[in-house]
Design a protein around this ligand. Structure first.
Ligand code: NAD
Length: 378
């Protein structure tokens, strides 16, 4: 079994899909591992460390991918890379399939067995493979660090001989994995933290972190969590009530961090231009949903925008801003995912197509798109 780890080709992708630690584990599983030269550099991993872990280093993508049985990547391969994969190769990566059905079809047509790791179900057995959680956790942390860096004031209350500095008020919108980590990080920095979500389960989690929960807790709120644990898209009526409640609250905040997502849909718009302008100059908003359309009006992907003196931070690939940590966790997620596809005794690939995790993540097989959510439209 040949496992290949190419260098990511997307601009600004600083992460890598294997570390020397996971290379060692793959070698112990009986695999031969080939890493493209320079693949780990942006994550602080030199080629020599991969070699010391038992991998061979290949000069370019073609040499790294030639004949590979399993290809580990962070992002969906570009067209040119797909051409380098052998028919029947297993691809494990964040394939971002929603809205990119053509790209998924191209993988099918190339005979690739493609697994989209971000579709891993949120079940206990799959926690170790949960790339959404490992990366969102880091994004939530980094959002607060980025906000603090843009904010021209201190976050904690400070009593000094020259006067008292008040604690910053931080409001976190969306209290999933990223939001909860943002709350914890802002609290550690001494801010006064409030948070909102549409899922009732979030209330207790927010409060257990020492933040105040603010939400419209009506009948719709009680039903807002899907069986998969995600949020539903809320009605216009709920959004109106939510927006009224939030408008007066946001005006008093120094930092707002938005993380709200709905699987397979555009991110809900939570912060209007009027709300942005209601904040005092020098305030900072970080929109972690900017890649999915944004929670904040005026957020610009990849930019720090300014509206009436309020900064709106729209960094892309926020986990990649902590590349070394993000790669460490992501690589472990991928190792755990790959392990379930390998028979421990024979050390050969043995996919159980009836397995819940396999069924949820497998997009393509035998030349066809097999995932029900991404079937070509009739
Ligand atoms: P997500 O990234 O899909 O969304 C982020 C948050 O935004 C969610 O909490 C969501 O409820 C919230 N949101 C959506 N629309 C909103 C709106 N209009 N206003 C305010 N908030 C809104 O969520 P996630 O971080 O991936 O977490 C999803 C669920 O999965 C959670 O229930 C989480 O606890 C659960 N989870 C379970 C496991 C596990 O058991 N293995 C692991 C990780 C997460």
């Amino acid at each position: 079994m040949l496992v290949a780890v190419p260098t990511e080709t997307l601009a600004d992708e600083s992460r890598v899909a294997a570390t020397p630690e996971t290379v060692k584990k793959f070698v112990a599983l009986g695999a031969t591992v080939r890493v493209q030269a320079g693949a780990g550099l942006a994550s602080g991993i030199p080629d020599a460390d991969y070699e010391a872990a038992g991998a061979t280093v290949a000069g370019d993508a073609a040499a790294a991918l030639a004949g590979a049985d399993v290809v580990l990547k962070v992002r969906r391969p570009a067209e040119a890379e797909i051409g380098l994969l052998k028919n029947g190769a297993i691809l494990i990566a964040q394939l971002d399939p929603y809205g990119h059905e053509d790209a998924i079809r191209a993988l099918a047509e190339a005979g690739i067995i493609a697994f989209a790791t971000e579709l891993t179900p949120r079940i206990t057995r799959a926690q170790v493979m949960d790339v959404l959680s490992s990366q969102a956790n880091l994004a939530g942390y980094r959002a607060v660090i980025d906000a603090a860096a843009e904010y021209g004031r201190a976050l904690p209350m400070m009593m000094t001989a020259a006067g008292t500095v008040p604690a910053a008020r931080v409001f976190v919108m969306g209290a999933g994995v990223a939001g909860l980590q943002a709350i914890a990080t802002a609290r550690r920095l001494g801010a006064i933290v409030t948070a909102t979500d549409v899922r009732p389960a979030a209330k207790e989690q927010v409060e257990s972190l020492g933040a105040k929960f603010i939400a419209v807790e009506d009948e719709e709120f009680k039903q807002a969590e899907t069986a998969g644990g995600y949020a539903r898209e809320m009605s216009d009526e709920y959004k109106r009530k939510q927006s009224e409640l939030i408008a007066s609250h946001i005006a008093k905040q120094d930092i707002v961090i938005t993380t709200a997502l709905i699987p397979g849909r555009a991110a809900p718009r939570l912060v209007s231009d009027a709300m942005v302008r209601s904040m005092r100059p020098g305030s900072v908003i970080v929109d972690l949903a900017v890649e999915r359309g944004g929670n904040v009006e005026g957020a610009k992907p990849g930019e720090v925008a300014a509206v009436d003196g309020v900064k709106i931070v729209g960094h892309l690939n926020v986990p990649g801003r902590l590349a070394a940590t993000a790669s460490t966790l992501y690589s472990k997620n991928l190792l755990a995912f790959a392990e379930q596809l390998i028979d421990k005794q024979s050390k050969a690939i043995a996919i159980n197509w009836d397995d819940e995790i396999v069924k949820a993540t497998a997009l393509t097989r035998d030349g066809a798109v097999i995932h029900p959510a991404f079937q070509p439209k009739a």
